[in-house]
Design a protein around this ligand. Structure first.
Ligand code: NAD
Length: 263
């Protein structure tokens, strides 16, 4: 298998999490050097995820590559600008951006559509949508100058649906916004050589999901029967598709939102 991303420079947000760290490892294996961002690289430590920034960097180094790291809120413009600047200074280019930061991030039991408080709406949109917009805008100047670049957003299978009971309402809405932004941005920036796509995961068994799913009524035997491949996803199932979108294998693919959910 050839290295699809030899000498490419990739920024990954949410790199401390289950899916983000798997993406970092896979891009590193494919030959890319990495700039990793998270507001807390140990955010999933209590569920058996990464315990520190160093353990995520070690993952990249074990794959034969190198990484620089920044801890901060991906929705913060000063964080995004600093990461873009540091990445350029260290590696000389920005070829790939993976916007993976986000998640449910507020208490599920007060996330119902009819009652969810304003502060939760703002928190959820900031983590999922604003971080995607902020980081995309921070790298587009460089990509435009290069005449090339690939942005891969992580949206959600739930973004195209509402929940059956109204729970996680703002999470679903924020991911629908990410999907919509993906297609708008792709139309705008294609003419200067930048591709923008999104991966839409089904239920992926990250350390956090595996620990929280029973309480949230997920990972039930009857749910498995609704998945064609009869298994839940693993973080690397998502990382493989991110690698495809980031590479030249997808050179004529833009504005797509691809479900990776086992069917
Ligand atoms: N796991 C799933 O089943 C699933 C399904 C669909 C979509 N997703 C999406 O995949 C992405 C990764 O999810 P995961 O399951 O790996 O979750 P995770 O909780 O393991 O990782 C998410 C990471 O994002 C970081 N983060 C959150 N908000 C941030 C911010 N504002 N700035 C910087 N970092 C921030 C967290 O600290 C955490 O390390 C998320 O966008 C999530 O919505 C996950």
């Amino acid at each position: 298998m050839p290295n699809l991303l030899t000498d490419k420079v990739a920024i990954v947000t949410g790199a401390g999490g289950g899916i983000g760290s798997a993406i970092a490892a896979r891009l590193a294996q494919a030959g890319a050097v990495l700039s990793l961002v998270d507001r807390n690289f140990a955010s999933t430590a209590e569920w058996g995820g990464h315990a520190s920034t160093a353990s995520v960097v070690a993952l990249v180094e074990a794959a034969g590559s190198q990484a620089i790291v920044a801890e901060g809120d991906a929705a913060d413009r000063s964080v995004a600008a600093a990461v873009a600047e540091q990445t350029l200074a260290k590696f000389g280019a920005i070829d790939i951006l993976v916007n993976c930061a986000g998640g449910v991030v507020t208490a599920a039991d007060r996330s119902f559509a009819s009652t969810s408080p304003d502060e939760d709406l703002d928190t959820v949109f900031r983590a999922n949508y604003r971080s995607t917009v902020t980081f995309s805008q921070s790298v587009l100047g460089v990509m435009r100058q290069q005449g090339s670049g690939a942005i891969v957003n992580i949206t959600s299978g739930l973004g195209h649906l509402s929940s059956r009971d109204g729970a996680l309402s703002h999470y679903f809405a924020s991911k629908a916004a990410v999907s919509s932004y993906t297609t708008s941005l792709a139309q705008e920036v294609g003419s200067f050589g930048v591709r923008v796509n999104a991966v839409l995961p089904g239920l992926i068994l990250t350390p956090r999901v595996a620990a929280q799913a029973p309480d949230r009524g997920a990972v039930r035997p009857e749910q498995l029967q609704r998945i064609s491949l009869r298994r839940y996803g693993q973080p690397d199932d998502i990382a493989k598709v991110v690698e495809f979108f980031a590479s030249d294998l997808a050179s004529y693919v833009t504005g797509q939102v691809l479900a990776v959910n086992g069917g």
